[in-house]
Ligand binder design. Structure first.
Ligand code: GDP
Ligand code: IMO
Ligand code: MG
Length: 423
């Protein structure tokens, strides 16, 4: 039974995953996050209201759906609790429909300090981390020092914490980091008490028995393929596997349970934080896209870098993830441009290539563009494919032909209602 579909980002994050998971979720019984943590910011807009989720899966606003935070996620209890309280304040019941895998790892306040200290030491070579403690928490996980959600119920939790915290204090000394805030530790322990009231489960057992009962699961990716720890633009990446394979390890479901892989991308590219970005725009058009697309981080508020769509990178992401269905977001943002460029190949070491080379960091890649006609029409109120301008349909066809994958939906605005079924 291939009951687990995966929806994930094919670029550098912020493709609009939250919006699409919310739209697709009525077709599923369970929505499950499988990696990342509070570095994510997933935006949902409906009934005139905006919601940004960091740790909670984007199915939480649909009242029949179970939302599971999988073992591959790193959880900052303070962030999670704020999220829960915010949603509850809107009269929405959360605790009955939120499950947390006991195997998920905890982010300590000292992970955040270590994140900041590491970035400060890197200086101008910094990753541009969201400073949520993601990298240090995953380092402790793979270094076999981490604390897991299930540990909070054990009698020796305080000892385990002390051991790890002392290690962190030593490391912080190495970094000459002096901003140690014991108050944050106190608040963190209060939030651990609150966590104990939540439904902590063996996520892998829960999901596999749900699969056996014929239930449908949607795995919700965070970040994007080009931020993947193995296949992204290393070292300017996040610390988890953001790709389809990450859904298996981050939830405990086997590869033969994976069904449809839905890849989501913007009609252009954005990136927040440092690292290579071959099609980046440093001109008025880049600024126009930033302003029209409101390209400012959902988690940190930082302005996002903007650029043209990069097809070699998109094809790479499709391949690594096994994408069977594409969804294109934010097409409305490109309206009213005379021409739209789309990168089809790169110049690289005196060659023309159409794939992503090993090293993008040395600026030796320069994009080769095809120019397509823009559309001078507001498409944000369009409801059907027939209402869309011809130039946009050509843009869509060009992407489908180059990638060999169909675009099933087109998003034309941030609201839940602004979505058009294409295929
Ligand atoms: P995620 O991290 O992939 O869930 O994406 P984010 O929520 O961080 O960023 C996507 C941003 O684009 C949010 O502010 C959304 O409200 C907005 N958005 C999503 N789809 C569209 C669209 O089709 N058009 C426009 N103009 N905005 C969109
Ligand atoms: P969603 O799920 C966009 C970026 C950071 C930084 C790099 C490493 O909303 O798409 P980290 O805090 O993980 O150590 O940062 O990854 N980054 C994201 N960029 N969207 C995200 O999540 C991101 N999560 C991390 O800006 O460049
Ligand atoms: Mg985001």
């Amino acid at each position: 039974m291939q009951n687990v579909d995966v929806l994930l980002g094919l670029q550098w994050g912020d493709e609009g995953k939250g919006k699409l998971v919310d739209i697709l979720s009525p077709a599923y019984d369970i929505i499950a996050r499988f990696q990342g943590g509070p570095n994510a910011g997933h935006t949902l807009i409906f009934n005139g209201k905006k919601h940004v989720l960091h740790t909670i899966p984007s199915g939480i606003f649909r009242d029949t759906i179970i939302n599971l935070i999988g073992n591959g996620v790193v959880i900052d209890p303070l962030v999670l609790i704020n999220e829960i309280k915010n949603i509850e304040q809107q009269g929405i019941e959360v605790k009955n429909r939120l499950l947390i895998s006991k195997r998920a790892h905890l982010i300590l306040p000292s992970h955040r300090w270590l994140d900041a200290a590491s970035e400060a030491l890197k200086g101008k070579n910094k990753i541009g981390s969201t400073l949520k403690g993601i990298g240090p928490a995953y380092m402790d996980k793979t270094g076999r020092n981490g604390l897991r959600i299930g540990d909070i119920e054990l009698p020796d939790f305080q000892d385990k914490f002390n051991q790890l915290y002392q290690k962190h204090l030593q490391l912080l000394k190495y970094y000459n980091w002096t901003e140690i805030n014991e108050n944050q530790i106190k608040e963190w322990f209060e939030s651990i008490e609150y966590l104990k009231q939540l439904q902590l489960v063996d996520g892998e057992h829960y999901l596999n028995s749900a699969i056996n009962q014929g239930k449908k699961i949607l795995a919700e990716g965070a970040q994007g393929t080009l931020l993947d720890i193995d296949f992204g633009t290393y070292p300017f990446v996040t610390s988890s596997n953001t790709i389809t394979a990450g859904a298996c390890t981050g939830l405990g479901v086997s590869p033969n349970k994976i069904g449809n892989v839905i890849g989501i991308f913007k009609a252009y590219c954005t990136r927040v934080g440092s690292g290579p970005f071959p099609t980046e725009l440093h001109d008025d058009i880049g600024e126009k896209i930033r302003q029209t697309g409101k390209e400012f981080g959902s988690t940190t508020g930082r302005p996002r870098r903007t650029g043209w769509l990069d097809l070699p990178a998109l094809k790479y992401a499709i391949q690594i993830n096994g994408v069977q269905e594409l969804i294109m977001m934010k097409a409305d943002v490109l309206s009213n441009l005379d021409t739209i460029k789309i990168c089809t190949h790169y110049h690289y070491q005196n060659q023309v290539i159409d794939h992503l080379p090993y090293n993008l960091n040395d600026n030796t890649v320069s994009p080769i563009y095809q120019e397509l006609k823009g559309w001078q029409k507001d498409i944000s109120q369009c409801k059907t494919k027939r209402q869309l301008p011809k130039a946009l349909l050509k843009y869509i066809d060009f992407i489908q032909e180059t990638t060999g994958v169909k675009i099933s939906y087109l998003s034309v605005g941030p609201d839940r209602e602004q979505i058009i079924k294409l295929n």
